[in-house]
Design a protein around this ligand. Structure first.
Ligand code: ASP
Ligand code: MG
Length: 457
């Protein structure tokens, strides 16, 4: 017997018909003699709808009340799945976030999970009752409802898996695994059998949207075994226990599995960032902290930062990015701090896209960043900001540049349905191929060639 957490996203839960299919997948897993806990998202589009109501009510809404509103989407789907499982003859019940409870801090709209009380849950599962848990929800010490940030149901699932010491956490989505890049946009994107926690962490944080970043960090910290797999399967599909999806693994496991090591594991595009430039900030000690301390206090995550070299008169421009959803709040905070910071103008820009390449191979091979920059230069795409980590290079570019003109008809069709940047991908391919012919680059180019080939049309 194994103990399995199964997580289903919004697309899988969108309507009673789809919930019935989810219930069948859950039933099959339980019938194999496993203890099963299911974590569910709200129906796709529902959270956006609820967020819309809050914004309409007041653009500077109270995040605590926002959580009361948006947590409701998951309450609906968890109850519906329990009802549907019962209709299929299974024992099932729902456990709302406050009923377990899932304890969180009070950072409303992006709360962090502390502990989960799982005794009652485990006792019920041991009796053969399938547990259905709404994702996204938590409870503060003051008994107020919280939510875990957009995409937070992934984190709920991983946290539950860690709390009940599950053998595996299967994340069912609308793709059948983790791809080298968005398969809806790039026809030759390839599914990976395994990615490391570190790579997945970077891919998630740069907008690959398969998993919430926090869920990956938590899985890595707690050693939760996570599989990403498709929920669009029929009864003849191989069991999840045969690992048909992508496993997230440690570095050692990847080496032992002898999966061919790639220089680049994936490319992601993220259009949900906004850029803020503050002009003529005094160029003196403490100025930058006057900008970022109040943002941090308001729980606004800043990603890329550039501070230009000071001009004469001891002034400089500071540019940085924040999530687009936090732009109104960030602008408000900075306007209130205008005196303290002493800037001249605040220029917001939502028409930006962040393109990132990720791969553990970068640790040992130089040249990825320069390849990327050359590809963009050849295309005359201006880079507005850069950030790097040991295994990632991200650039910020004008969002319009991602709407290329010369796609294959297939690419163009895919573009109309999804955000992304085939144009940029293609350019990276082209440069990589040129580099491939250059003998001095052959060692890493050899390795990356197979991957780049997947981005070709
Ligand atoms: N329903 C929430 C959202 O859309 C949480 C989730 O689905 O993971 O962000
Ligand atoms: Mg999601």
């Amino acid at each position: 017997m194994a103990r399995i957490v199964m997580k289903f996203g919004g697309t899988s839960m969108a309507g009673t018909e789809r919930i019935r299919r989810v219930a069948q997948i859950v039933k099959r897993q339980a019938e194999r003699g496993n203890e099963v806990a299911v974590v569910v998202s709200a129906m796709s589009g529902e959270t956006d709808r609820l967020v819309g109501f809050c914004r309409e009510a007041n653009p500077l809404y109270d995040p605590a009340e926002y959580d009361v509103v948006v947590a409701s989407g998951e309450q609906v789907t968890s109850g519906l799945l329990a009802i549907t499982l019962q209709a299929l003859g299974c024992k099932a019940r729902s456990w709302l976030g406050w009923q377990l409870p899932i304890h969180t801090d009070d950072a409303y709209a992006k709360a962090r999970i502390g502990t989960i009380d799982s005794d009652a849950l485990l006792a019920s599962m041991a009796e053969g009752t399938i547990a259905v848990i709404p994702g996204f929800q938590g409870l503060t010490d003051d008994n107020r409802i919280t939510t875990l940030g957009r995409g937070g149901s992934d984190t709920s699932a991983v946290a539950v898996a860690a709390a009940i010491k599950a053998d595996r956490c299967d994340i069912y989505t609308d793709v059948d695994g983790v791809y080298t890049t968005d398969p809806r946009i790039v026809s030759r994107a390839r599914k990976l059998k395994a990615v490391t926690y570190e790579e997945m962490l970077e891919l998630a944080s740069v907008g690959s949207k398969v998993l919430q970043t926090r869920s990956v960090g938590l899985a890595m910290k707690e050693g939760v075994r996570v599989q990403v797999l498709s929920s669009f399967i029929d009864e003849n599909a191989p069991s999840a226990d045969t690992i048909p999806g992508t496993m997230i693994v440690t570095d050692e496991e990847l080496e032992n599995a002898q999966v061919e090591r790639q220089l680049i594991t994936g490319i992601a595009a993220d259009k949900n960032e906004a850029k803020i430039t503050l002009t003529r900030v005094p160029d003196r000690p403490g100025a930058v902290s006057h900008i970022f301390a109040p943002l941090a206090e308001s729980n606004i995550n800043v990603d890329m930062i550039i501070q230009n070299v000071g001009r004469d008169k001891g002034e400089t421009d500071v540019t940085f990015t924040v999530p687009q959803a936090d732009l109104a709040r960030a602008t408000d905070v900075l306007q209130n701090q205008r005196e303290a910071i002493g800037y001249n103008r605040l220029i917001p820009d939502t028409k930006v896209a962040k393109i990132s390449v990720v791969g553990v191979g970068m640790k040992s091979h130089a040249g990825v960043a320069s390849t990327m920059f050359t590809a963009l230069a050849d295309r005359k795409i201006n880079i507005q900001a850069i950030s790097t980590s040991e295994i990632k290079v991200s650039v910020l570019i004008d969002e319009d540049e991602t709407n290329g003109r010369d796609f294959s008809s297939r690419g163009r069709r895919a573009m109309s349905g999804a955000g992304g940047s085939p144009c940029v991908h293609r350019e990276l391919v082209r440069t990589a191929q040129i580099r491939y012919q250059a003998p001095q680059r052959s060692s890493w180019a050899m390795k990356s060639k197979s991957l780049w080939a997947f981005f070709e049309d």
